[in-house]
Design a protein around this ligand. Structure first.
Ligand SMILES: NC(=O)c1ccc[n+]([C@@H]2O[C@H](COP(=O)([O-])OP(=O)(O)OC[C@H]3O[C@@H](n4cnc5c(N)ncnc54)[C@H](O)[C@@H]3O)[C@@H](O)[C@H]2O)c1
Length: 259
C-alpha cells in the first residue's frame, strides 16, 4: 500500500469522480475524510470505504464557505492529528451562450469551482507547512487547457485552477508540499451526461452526435474515461513516486488533450 496511514480529504467525495478517488486512496491505506455538500452522498462513499475495510469520516461541508472549510480542517486535524493529502474535486458545469449567460451562473461557477479550491487549500495549508510535507491535487479539466463553446464560465474556472496550482506550487515547494492538477477529459458520470445534453441542445444535435463530434471523434483511445482512470492518477500524485512533481498538470483524456 502506497499511502498507509496518510490522512486525506476529498472534496466532492460523494460525486462520481470524488467517490472513486476516495475509494482508491483508502485502498492504498489512507484514512479518508469524504467531504460533500450532500450528506447522504458523503455517507454513502464512507460506507463503501468501510465495507471494503478502509478507514475514514464523512463531513458535510460547503466548500464555498470560509467558515466551513476552516471547520473542516480543524475537525480533521483534531480527529486524525494530521492532514497529508487534499484533493479538491467538488465542482460542476453549466452550459450557456455568452450572449445571454446569466451573471448568477458565472458567479456560482466561480465560487464553487475556483473559490472553493482556494478556500480548502488555505484551510489545510497551515497544517502541511507545520509538518513540512503535503500533497494538494486539484481536479481541473481538459476544459482548463482549451476553450469550448457554450462553456465560458466553466473553462474560465478550470483554466483558473491550473494557474492557482502553478502559483501555489511555487510558493510551497520550499515547505515540502507539492501542488498539482489532474485534467480529465469526459468521464462516465452524471455531470458529463447533463453537460452533453445541454450542449447538444445548444448545437441542435442529438446526444449521440454531440458526444461523437465533441469528444469521441477526437479521442485517440475512442472512449470516455472511467472515474477509476482519474483516481489512479490522483493516487500517483499523492504517493512517494511523485515526490519531485509539482506545479504540473496530468491529462487523463485518452489523448483528447495532449498539451
Ligand atoms: N465528469 C466529467 O466528465 C469531468 C471532466 C473533467 C473534469 N471534471 C471535474 O471533476 C470534478 C468532479 O466531477 P463529477 O463528474 O464527479 O461531478 P459530480 O456532480 O458527480 O460530483 C460533484 C460533487 O461535488 C459536490 N458539491 C457540489 N457543490 C458543493 C459544495 N459547494 N461543497 C461541497 N461539495 C459540493 C456534489 O454534491 C457532488 O457530490 C468536478 O470538479 C468537475 O469539474 C469532471
Amino acid at each position: 500500500m502506497r499511502l498507509e496511514n496518510k490522512v486525506a480529504i476529498v472534496t466532492g467525495g460523494g460525486g462520481s469522480i470524488g467517490r472513486e478517488i476516495a475509494l482508491e486512496l483508502a485502498r492504498e491505506g489512507a484514512i479518508v475524510t469524504v467531504v460533500d455538500l450532500d450528506q447522504a452522498k458523503a455517507e454513502s462513499t464512507l460506507k463503501m470505504i468501510k465495507t471494503s475495510g478502509g478507514r475514514g469520516k464523512a463531513f458535510t461541508v460547503n466548500v464555498t464557505s470560509k467558515q466551513e472549510t476552516i471547520r473542516m480542517a480543524d475537525l480533521v486535524n483534531k480527529e486524525f492529528k494530521s492532514i497529508d493529502i487534499l484533493v479538491n474535486c467538488a465542482g460542476t458545469d453549466i452550459k450557456g451562450s455568452i450572449i445571454d449567460l446569466p451573471e448568477s451562473t458565472w458567479d456560482f461557477l466561480m465560487s464553487l469551482n475556483l473559490k472553493g479550491v482556494f478556500l480548502c487549500t488555505q484551510a489545510v495549508v497551515g497544517a502541511m507547512v507545520t509538518k513540512r510535507s503535503g500533497r494538494i491535487i486539484n481536479i481541473s479539466s481538459i476544459a482548463g487547457k482549451t476553450g469550448e463553446p457554450f462553456t465560458s464560465p466553466y473553462c474560465a474556472t478550470k483554466f483558473g485552477v491550473i494557474g492557482f496550482t502553478q502559483s501555489v506550487a511555487m510558493e510551497l515547494g520550499k515547505d515540502g508540499i507539492t501542488v498539482n492538477a489532474v485534467c480529465p477529459g469526459p468521464v462516465e458520470s452524471e455531470l458529463i451526461k447533463a453537460s452533453i445534453e445541454q450542449s447538444a441542445k445548444l448545437n441542435n444535435k442529438t446526444y449521440e452526435q454531440e458526444l461523437y463530434d465533441k469528444f469521441l471523434s477526437s479521442t485517440p483511445m475512442g472512449r470516455m474515461a472511467k472515474p477509476g482512470d482519474i483516481a489512479k492518477a490522483v493516487v500517483f500524485l499523492a504517493s512517494d513516486d511523485a515526490a519531485f512533481i509539482t506545479g504540473s498538470t496530468i491529462n487523463v483524456s485518452g489523448g483528447k488533450e495532449v498539451h
